[in-house]
Design a protein around this ligand. Structure first.
Ligand code: G
Ligand code: G
Ligand code: MN
Ligand code: NA
Length: 250
């Protein structure tokens, strides 16, 4: 495929970038961190969505160098942010199975000087689906470094609850599909209340993703979500455009 050949050259050609979207504390509306999101400016096609190129990167193994590049870039960026602000980086299952991830994270933290507690790694449920011992061991080693681990897109997999039993996550990110129809579907609110209650019992934080309206935000805060993320607060932005406080509503 043509995209695959182009993706192989994208890093060397300086076509990759990282955007950042705020994670906002629901109670105080303060920014507590940013999620790093990869961007590809293709010379002819323009912006290519990660939804399109991440699967190619995973199939070809290119996600390993690309993922390491994002991690290094995001950690470097975070060192110049206020020291209470964390950076969240998405990890692919392929990176966790690569066998080099723990070494890479250790080296990146050392060379950038970012304290491990300011790094959060987001993994999807599918990472734990294979119940692979190496993956679980890597997660425990990452945790031992002091890094936080979040479960991304929670509720979209086949047996979400069993994964919570397999690993003590620091955070659950509630998938945006539950947030989308919050105001009109009673069952979505019930599910979100169930997830936040469970997370609280397990001492985990909860982030609701894809928050686009004030109404959704108020429902989520009342349901006990500790953090919120979405276009209502801010879109993913280039590093140079970040602000560390939200504009105060009047
Ligand atoms: O950035 P956007 O909102 O379009 O992201 C689309 C998808 O791509 C999301 O599922 C997101 O988790 C994933 N994604 C974005 N950046 C990265 C990255 O650096 N690594 C991995 N593995 N996935 C990413
Ligand atoms: O899978 P993951 O949660 O990492 O991906 C986040 C994706 O959600 C990114 O593609 C990001 O651009 C997108 N996103 C972030 N906020 C919103 C939002 O409020 N609405 C919608 N529709 N997408 C969002
Ligand atoms: Mn994510
Ligand atoms: Na997600």
């Amino acid at each position: 495929r043509a995209l695959e050949a182009d993706l192989r050259k994208a890093l060397a050609n300086d076509e990759m970038d990282v955007f950042y979207q705020p994670l906002v504390n629901a109670e105080h509306c303060r920014i507590v961190g940013f999620e790093a999101l990869m961007r590809w400016r293709h010379p002819e096609c323009g912006m290519v969505s990660p939804a399109e190129f991440i699967p190619i990167a995973e199939d070809t193994g290119l996600i390993v160098p690309l993922g390491e590049w994002v991690l290094r870039r995001a950690c470097t960026q975070a060192t110049i942010w206020p020291s209470n602000i964390l950076v969240a980086v998405n990890l692919s299952a392929v990176q966790l199975r690569s066998g080099t991830l723990v070494q890479t994270v250790t080296e990146v933290l050392e060379s950038t000087g970012l304290p491990a507690v300011r790094l959060e790694l987001e993994i999807t449920e599918s990472v734990l689906m294979e119940d692979d011992e190496g993956t679980l061991a890597a997660l425990h080693e990452l945790r031992a470094l002091g890094v936080r681990i979040a479960m991304d897109d929670f509720g979209t997999g086949y047996s979400s609850l069993s994964y919570l039993r397999n690993f003590p996550f620091d955070r659950i990110k509630i998938d945006q599909s539950f947030v989308r129809d919050l105001a009109t579907r009673f069952d979505s609110l019930a599910i979100i209340q169930l997830i936040t209650g469970l997370a609280t019992s397990l001492s985990m934080s909860t982030t609701a993703e894809g928050v686009e309206t004030e109404e959704q935000f108020l429902h989520l805060r009342a349901a006990g979500c500790t953090e919120v993320q979405g276009y209502y607060f801010a879109r993913p932005l280039p590093a140079a455009d970040l602000v560390f406080e939200l504009p105060r509503p009047d």
